[in-house]
Design a protein around this ligand. Structure first.
Ligand code: BGC
Length: 462
């Protein structure tokens, strides 16, 4: 008991390094809105080409999440993290030094693949090295890093707003975290859970002893071994009636995180502020920096409270907050008065806060928790693929939606998605706080209803 301070310290450092991949995720998805304004000064770009430059990262991420799920189960979490660190460096160099548009596209595609693989390998790796009582906070470090990355990109967009040719610097700054990730991952250990699955028990024990700072880790090792013994290496099992419900849960959570409209605000906040009546471009960009700041702060709140209040209360309250904010936003655009813009601004901020302490952090956390070890990488890959697919669909249709039905109706559609999401989460989402990953797995194998898979295991036969 007395040795709890030091292991937490170590496990925090390991998690923080892995979470650099989240920082790159946020940075590289956020930087493009500003960089594009300068790219189009250096190259002749059609609208389609502009859309392609913006969406190349999302397309790469979709591809990466499909490709990498299987690879991380096969080659290990750490090795994959090293590969994505390399991809980030490589893609950033190509994109920032490009002398033709096709090279920008290629570089951004590489970065996208790295984001796609990293967006689940990082939370997965962190979940697997964490002691269960810290798992919520540590995995959410990844979401925290995403929000910090987004904020950095907003700040850089703002700083370089008046410097021509600055898109190369904007992209190039991403090299700093990419190199830090490459160097850091080199020194980090492999996931002990993955090692045990590979039969490398002694290595796993040593890593656990260091991470937990205690000589006796046999209880945790036994737990992991037991969870592996329940059923061996059946990849086909992924579509079995036992696994299908959690696979479905993961995929729907990925859908919900995007279909409730987060990236209409993260990617298009200045446009929304201008539509609401803030004419001044600099003012709109500055307000966007404000969005970035509250996004980070509300995520910090989630980190502190996910393991105390639990996942479900935060998720459900957050979804309600998102619903009312979107409703307010929709109403604001029907008012056409002087206060429209202030209501719109207020609702945008409350929406971001509600998202950040709920769906933002919880999606990545839950998909790292709910899948059995044997198929965890692959299953997470599928859930994450769905998330990127819907990110792509929502962000590439938002402007068209605005033009065809107007802002009021558009936000109403996302509000309706919040209602569906609330009902789904209320009935189907488990509370995974305070149980080990192995207990969750046992419950899934015992075919407990989805909502109950986070309960402590009662007995073998139940
Ligand atoms: C989402 C991103 C979003 C970000 C905002 C992440 O959890 O996956 O799509 O841009 O949160 O903070």
């Amino acid at each position: 008991m007395e040795d709890t301070a030091k292991p937490r310290y170590l496990v925090y450092i390991v998690s923080a390094i892995a979470a650099l991949s989240g920082l790159l995720f946020g940075f590289d998805t956020g930087i493009i809105s500003g960089a594009l304004l300068f790219i189009e000064k250096d190259f002749i770009l059609s609208t389609e080409l502009k859309e392609l430059i913006v969406s190349s990262v999302l397309l790469g991420a979709m591809f990466g999440s499909l490709l990498g799920g299987h690879l991380t189960d096969r080659f290990g979490r750490r090795r994959l993290m090293l590969v994505i660190a390399g991809l980030f460096v490589f893609g950033t160099i190509i994109a920032s030094m490009a002398n033709q548009v096709s090279l920008i596209l290629l570089g951004r595609l590489f970065i996208g693949v790295a984001i796609g693989i990293g967006s689940y390998t990082a939370p997965l790796y962190i979940a697997e090295i964490s002691p269960f009582e810290l798992r919520g906070a540590l995995v959410s470090l990844n979401q925290f890093a995403i929000t910090v990355g987004i904020l950095c990109s907003y700040l850089i967009n703002f700083t370089f707003a008046n410097h021509s040719g600055s898109w190369r610097i904007m992209f190039g700054i991403g090299l700093i975290p990419a190199l830090m990730l490459s160097i850091g991952m080199f020194f980090l250990p492999e996931s002990p859970r993955w090692l045990i699955r590979q039969g490398a028990i002694d290595r796993a024990k040593k890593i656990l002893q260091t991470l937990r700072n205690k000589p006796d880790v046999s209880e945790e090792v036994n737990y992991i071994q037991q969870s592996l013994q329940v059923k061996k290496a059946s990849f086909k099992e992924i579509f079995s009636p036992t696994i299908r419900p959690v696979l479905f849960l993961g995929a729907i959570l990925g859908f919900i995180q995007q279909a409730t409209g987060i990236n209409t605000i993260i990617y298009y906040a200045p446009t929304i502020f201008q539509m609401a009546g803030f004419q001044n471009i600099a003012g709109s960009i500055l307000a966007t920096v404000g969005i970035g700041i509250v996004n980070v702060l509300a995520t910090v709140f989630a980190i502190f409270y996910l393991d105390k209040l639990g996942r479900r209360p935060l998720l459900l309250i957050g979804l309600l907050g998102m619903f009312f904010s979107l409703l307010g936003l929709s109403l604001a655009f029907t008012l056409h008065t002087d206060i429209t813009r202030w209501i719109a601004m207020f609702c945008t901020f409350t929406y971001i806060i509600s998202f950040a302490f709920s769906l933002g952090a919880i999606l990545w956390l839950m998909i790292a928790e709910i899948f059995p070890l044997e198929i965890r990488g692959f299953a997470m890959g599928l859930a994450v693929f769905n998330c990127w697919l819907w990110n792509f669909i929502v962000s590439s249709t938002f402007l068209t939606l605005l033009n065809s039905v107007g802002p009021s109706q558009s936000f109403l559609i996302y509000a309706a998605m919040c209602v569906f999401s609330f009902v789904f989460c209320y009935y189907k989402t488990p509370e995974t706080n305070g149980v080990t990953l192995e207990q969750i797995e046992q419950n899934i194998r015992n075919r407990m209803p989805l909502r109950a898979i986070g309960q402590p295991v009662m007995s073998e036969t139940e």
